[in-house]
Design a protein around this ligand. Sequence first.
Ligand SMILES: C[S@@+](CC[C@H](N)C(=O)[O-])C[C@H]1O[C@@H](n2cnc3c(N)ncnc32)[C@H](O)[C@@H]1O
Length: 355
Amino acid sequence: MSHFSCIWACKQITKAILRGSRSRYRSTFQKRVSLYFTRCYQPPRSVGFSSCLTESATQKLEDVYKYWSNKFLSHNIGEADVSANYIVAHVLGHKTIYNLDAHTLLNQTQVDKINELCHLRLTGMPVQYVLGEWDFLDLTLTMRPPVLIPRPETEELALLCIETLLNDIEIERPTVLEIGCGSGALSLSLLKKCPKLQVVAVDISPTACSLTQENARSLGLMDRICVIQGDFTSDKVQLELSRLSAFPLIVSNPPYLTTDELTGLQSEIKCFEDPTALDGGLDGLDIIKEIILKAPDLLMTNGHLWMEVSHQQPPLIAKLVQDSHNDICLIEVVKDLFGKDRICHFQKKETGKRK
Ligand SMILES: C[S@@+](CC[C@H](N)C(=O)[O-])C[C@H]1O[C@@H](n2cnc3c(N)ncnc32)[C@H](O)[C@@H]1O
């Protein structure tokens, strides 16, 4: 699926919304998805696709929007109208142009900025990188290539973790571990919703670690997050983590694509996003196996592990857990809003080595 959901995806989301929900947090998510739907796919009133004009003159909002929408379409840029909507709205300090007067006259500085950003979009750069920011739940995060752009499915993972933290963990000041923090989307949304929480966030990519720190700083969450740059599978990182107290919850959206899936990705993703963020090796399970192997030593008894995976992986993961004979159980697989088995919930058993 492309970066910002296509119309088909939104229809699936709407169907899922109508099917009902698993948790009360899902309804927050549904509201946001509806907002997302409205934000993305409602064209501004009285905007059509007929006119075309130059890039330089002072212009009406609807003409600038139409010009770039058509240009993106003729250059086969994905979600042409959505891209134009986001860029024009962003320059005008809004999330969408839908609620703006289509006849608003834009000044030269605004038109120049829109043209500059639209030219970037014409290179195939995802709109999130073009804007330099993207919303994840109710947070606006800085986005910069090649750090992975958080996907809507991951918002659901965040909500499930928040639900676990608020309902199932009776520790006054819990510390969560995130493996592969990217832009910090998951960690920071957990911190925002759980005021007494602390997070340890690990990522192999120095760029991702700096972006997580930058986002934490701008959200005023820097004093509650510790970012460790390193390979989660390495002895060095394992030693560092084992020195911290055992975690009641670990969350990860690890790289889980197979080598074949990675080859077949849209060029927008391949050219701009770090392959390390997506590449799970031949079977997509390289990092997942390591997490399942190492999580029991990092979790406290009855601690939770929540992990986003691809929809083909849950049966393979169930087998991995069974064969590993360690202290972890796969207790549920939650469907995403498209009805696919995408989120695995594990719990550390009471038997074995206690922490
Ligand atoms: C799919 S991205 C998820 C990013 C972010 N959590 C999100 O959901 O938007 C996976 C992240 O794992 C990191 N990563 C990949 N291999 C890793 C490893 N061995 N140790 C630590 N982080 C790793 C990547 O750099 C990337 O930021």
